[in-house]
Every structure is written in structure tokens, then in C-alpha cells.
Design a protein around this ligand. Structure first.
Ligand code: PGA
Length: 252
């Protein structure tokens, strides 16, 4: 049985007041014992303040990115130790916006995963193909490459202590989600790649789906056997929508 995770990626949205208001609305509407682990990933600068609001709640805090290096002369970067220090339990690594807009390589992302894991954070590794890859029949090839670099550097055990999020790039922020069958197909493939190294770890690894998840499609996506919850962007910015998504998660 895998305990599902529903994580909100708030990206670069909202002010200090708006981020705090969103947290307060989530806390007010969340059941005492939700069926999934709930995570919110606000912008870095608001983490510390929101950690105080979230203390002793059902919500965990995550960063949206992390530096691959532990400390030093890396202007603008935030280390895994700093995220831990302000109360984060999770951190997203390799989001497609980092891969595409900031040209982060598979190798850099694997080092970020390793840095987060070494500091006791739970990395959420995002993988996923672009539309052209899917149309050219290269989805498995792309996802396997993104996964293997992390497996090589960190090993199956570290990967299994983290989380994988399958996020097809064409589905992110487009309103066009993968069908439950498309998500299941790729996520079963991801699990099989991990199983090729260690079947027990693969069976326990949480694999989320992300890309235009909303209250109206979450239940059918989360019902698929290899979909263990979701990484939610736009819909996580509205408390009632995010809580409705959370309510559809079931242990599986
Ligand atoms: P979306 O974003 O839910 O707005 O498509 C998902 C993500 O970027 O993680």
C-alpha cells in the first residue's frame, strides 16, 4: 500500500499576504486526517513565514528548487540545508520549467536530487516528455534517460525514498491533461525501470502525475494503479479547488 501525496507547486505567484491567505484557507478547509500527504511549495521568500502557520498541521512544506552544491559562492542559490532549516520536508527538482527555461541538464538535476537526499529532504523528481517527443514516439526514451541519470548517481534506494512526478510538458498549464491511460502507461514504465534495479523499492516508490490536474479530473487520474497522487500547479492556487483534489486521493 502506497500512501498518496498531493503537492501544490505555487510557482512564482502571489504576494506575502496572498500566500499566507492561501495557507489559512487550506488549513481552515482541510480534514484533520487527510487520505494523502499534503505538501505546498510556495516561493522561497515566503517559506519561513508559512512554516510557522503550518506548524502542527496536516501540511508539509516544500521548496520549488534547490542548489546542487552544499554551500559557498553560488549567488542567488538556496541550499538543501537552508530549506531544511526553515522547515521544508520536500523539494521539487527537475521541474520542466527549470529544465527548459533555465537549461538544467539531467546531470545537474541528479546532483540536486543527491544534495536534497543527503540533507534529509524528500526530493520530488519531475520527468516528462515534450509534445514533439511524444509525437515522435520518444516518450519512453526521454523519461528513461531523465530517470536513469538519477538512478546512476543516487541509486534505487535514494530514488525510492524520494518521489517521482511524471509531468508531460504538453500538459503543464495548458488545460490539456494526459488521459488516465496515458499517465498510467508512462508511470507503469517508470516503475518498471526502477524495478529493473530493485523490485521491492519500485513497488513502494510514490509516482505522482502532474499536468493540468483539477478537481474535475483528479479522481480518474488518481484511480490508476501507478498514479500515487499529483503535483498540482494552477489548481493549487485556489484553496477550494486544491482541497477538492486532495479529497479524491485514496491509498492504493
Ligand atoms: P499545472 O502545473 O497543474 O498548472 O498544469 C503542474 C506543474 O507545473 O507542476
Amino acid at each position: 500500500m502506497r500512501h498518496p501525496i498531493v503537492a501544490g507547486n505555487w510557482k512564482m505567484h502571489g504576494s506575502r499576504v496572498e500566500n499566507a491567505r492561501l495557507v489559512e484557507e487550506l488549513l481552515a478547509g482541510c480534514p484533520a486526517t487527510p487520505a494523502a500527504a499534503c505538501v505546498v511549495c510556495p516561493p522561497f521568500v515566503y517559506l519561513q513565514e508559512l512554516a510557522r502557520l503550518l506548524r502542527d498541521s496536516a501540511f508539509s512544506l516544500g521548496g520549488q528548487d534547490v542548489c546542487a552544491d552544499a554551500q559557498g559562492a553560488f549567488t542567488g542559490e538556496v541550499s538543501a540545508a537552508m530549506l531544511k532549516d526553515v522547515g521544508c520536508e520536500y523539494v521539487i527538482v527537475g521541474h520542466s520549467e527549470r529544465r527548459l527555461l533555465y537549461r538544467e541538464s539531467d546531470q545537474l538535476i541528479a546532483r540536486k536530487f543527491a544534495a536534497a537526499h543527503a540533507r534529509g529532504l524528500i526530493p520530488i523528481l519531475c520527468v516528462g516528455e515534450q509534445l514533439a517527443d511524444r509525437e515522435a514516439g520518444r516518450t519512453r526514451e526521454v523519461v528513461a534517460r531523465q530517470l536513469e541519470v538519477v538512478l546512476e548517481l543516487c541509486g534505487a534506494s535514494a530514488l525510492g525514498q524520494g518521489v517521482v512526478a511524471y509531468e508531460p510538458v504538453w500538459a503543464i498549464g495548458t488545460g490539456r491533461n494526459a488521459t488516465p491511460e496515458q499517465a498510467q502507461e508512462v508511470q507503469a514504465f517508470i516503475r518498471a525501470r526502477i524495478a529493473a534495479r530493485d523490485a521491492r523499492i519500485a513497488a513502494a516508490t510514490r509516482i505522482l502525475y502532474g499536468g493540468s490536474v483539477k478537481a474535475g479530473n483528479a479522481a480518474e487520474l488518481f484511480a490508476m494503479p501507478d498514479v500515487d497522487g499529483g503535483l498540482i500547479g494552477g489548481a493549487s492556487l485556489k484553496a477550494d479547488e486544491f482541497l477538492a483534489i486532495l479529497a479524491t486521493a485514496r491509498p492504493g
